[in-house]
Design a protein around this ligand. Structure first.
Ligand SMILES: NC(=O)C1=CN([C@@H]2O[C@H](COP(=O)(O)OP(=O)(O)OC[C@H]3O[C@@H](n4cnc5c(N)ncnc54)[C@H](OP(=O)(O)O)[C@@H]3O)[C@@H](O)[C@H]2O)[C@@H](O)CC1
Ligand SMILES: [K+]
Length: 487
């Protein structure tokens, strides 16, 4: 599990430790990471060109100290001071003493930026507020040939939320200290991070409000049938999905549910004949179910389907058309439910569920905030789809999905996810576990189907790759399994 802590928690944890050893450990880890990157790129540190972008805080201080160390190993180091009167005095002195060149001239800085083998972004760390000023913002778009290493987090990304209010640097590698920060794992910030490397500095932060499941967590969560399992032990999922107009949604949701390990799928919708033709294992009879999925492509049947599902005493997943109907009814529609409800909106559906006071783009730009608001408003677990899918609980706890690929933004992909998550609910997982587990497997299946370097995939391809994703997780003992994920 990757745990991500807020700025306030990091500050409190840092305050409990002596500052000098903290800086020492952070700088040692940062310099070592840069030395490895330079060696990989140029064969050695000696003779390589390094540029430090230094702001006024400790992030700039750490970058200058690391620059000094690498200058000591023969790198040609220059530093641009973005707030010249306030650069970390001891770190600046150390860089000068090691032979580093210091400038405040933007033209010189940009020329060095374009030529350097490696650039250290120490403009701001967790103390960054608002967007970058113009002197720093030019480096967000300036051309460069070398690697950009962000110190603690890419400058311009909000550490607590992953929001990017203005210009932000785009790193190849981010070296972060002590613990992960939410902004490193939630988009749009996460998209600026590159490869993420954690340097332990001895922090002991409290429980994390944001976490990201890894391969080993998934392996522990996924249900495995015991020898005496029957279909009810594995879980029977009921699908109220598809319509004459949208039969495909039913087929894809069934495909996701069957490959999500459901003991059986009970289908109740209009295109039943087509469903059975494609998936002969589906049950069409009424009977016991352990979770309902309502909404994918359910069209005009949605109001009645939602009534039936919400009146049941089993977990209910509401997706697609079900969410539009729920947006019309408002949070009161879930008020009397004793069993849990899981909502799986994309940004547009989330905006509607939030009462239309925000746009889909605003939801996507501030994913943590809106997923939490929605979960609190409806008293339900919310899986907000999109790049870095976010799962929020009504109490504000969040799990962020680290898998996924932009190839997954394809028609019907959400139907597969709904069926898959429904199967995991039917198997007895809570929404808090089922939702991130489904997002993880779905994202991994998308990556496996898209391949490397990646090619377009259909929702059917994603469903077909689910068994491979499942096996990849089960093989989690070897680092990252076949997909190269894992921690
Ligand atoms: N503790 C340690 O030993 C180590 C700490 N390290 C890292 O340092 C970070 C915490 O340090 P920090 O508190 O000094 O904050 P940091 O983010 O560097 O700078 C804040 C300064 O920036 C300024 N500023 C704010 N917004 C701005 C903007 N938009 N554009 C430009 N400037 C802006 C702001 O100005 P002010 O608001 O005060 O006017 C203030 O002066 C943290 O990420 C940690 O991991 C490691 O790197 C090394 C070891
Ligand atoms: K930074």
């Amino acid at each position: 599990m990757r745990h991500a802590h807020t700025v306030e928690q990091v500050r409190a944890a840092e305050a409990a430790l002596a500052p000098a050893p903290l800086m020492e450990r952070a700088v040692a880890g940062l310099a070592a990471a840069c030395a490895r990157l330079l060696t990989r790129r140029r064969g050695r540190v000696y003779g390589s060109a390094l540029l430090v972008l230094a702001g006024s805080g400790d992030s700039g201080g750490g970058a200058l100290f690391a620059g000094a160390r690498l200058a000591g190993r023969g790198a040609a180091v220059s530093a641009v001071l973005l707030d010249p009167g306030r650069a970390h005095p001891a770190a600046l002195a150390a860089l000068r003493a090691a032979g580093g060149r210091v400038t405040t001239d933007q033209e010189v800085g940009l020329a060095d930026f374009s030529r350097a083998d490696l650039i250290l972004d120490g403009i701001v760390g967790i103390g960054g507020r608002g967007g970058l000023g113009p002197a720093a913002a030019v480096y967000a778009t300036a051309p460069r040939a070398g690697l950009l290493v962000a110190v603690d987090l890419p400058s311009g990304v909000d550490a607590d939320t992953g929001e990017v209010p203005g210009a932000a640097l785009r790193a190849d590698v981010t070296v972060t200290f002590g613990t992960y920060k939410p902004g490193l794992v939630v988009d749009p910030g996460a998209g600026h991070v590159g490869a993420l490397h954690l340097v332990p500095i001895g922090l002991r932060p409290p429980q994390a409000p944001v976490e990201a499941l890894q391969h080993a967590d998934l392996a522990a969560l996924l249900p495995r049938p015991a020898t005496e399992s029957d279909k009810y032990r594995r879980g029977v999922v009921g699908l109220l999905a598809g319509s004459e107009r949208y039969p495909g949604a039913a087929l894809l949701a069934v495909a996701g549910a069957l490959r999500g390990g459901a003991g059986a799928v009970r289908y109740q919708g209009r295109p039943a004949e087509e469903v059975v033709r494609c998936h002969p294992e589906v049950l069409l009879t009424a009977g016991r179910v352990q979770a309902w999925v309502v909404g994918p492509g359910s069209g005009d049947d949605t109001p009645e389907a939602l009534d039936d599902a919400l009146a049941s005493e089993v977990p209910v997943l509401v997706d697609a058309d079900g969410l539009s109907e729920l947006a019309r009814r408002g949070p009161g529609a879930l008020a009397g439910r004793a069993a849990p409800t899981l909502l799986t909106p994309h940004a547009g559906e989330a905006a509607r569920l939030l009462g239309g006071t925000v746009t889909a783009d605003q939801v996507a730009a501030a994913r943590l905030r809106h997923a939490r608001e929605l979960a609190a408003r409806f008293g339900a677990t919310v899986l907000l789809k999109g790049s870095s899918t976010v799962v929020a609980r009504p109490d504000g706890a969040v799990r962020v999905n680290p898998t996924g690929t932009s190839w997954l933004a394809t028609a019907g992909s959400g139907d597969v996810l709904a069926g898959l998550a429904g199967a995991l609910l039917a198997a007895g997982l809570t929404p808090w576990d089922a939702a991130p587990a489904a997002a993880y497997l779905h994202g991994l299946a998308g990556r496996l189907a898209a391949g490397e370097p990646g090619a377009p995939v259909t929702a059917s391809d994603v469903a077909a790759a689910l068994p491979a994703a499942w096996r990849d997780v089960a093989e989690g003992g070897r680092p990252g399994g076949a997909a190269g994920l894992g921690d």
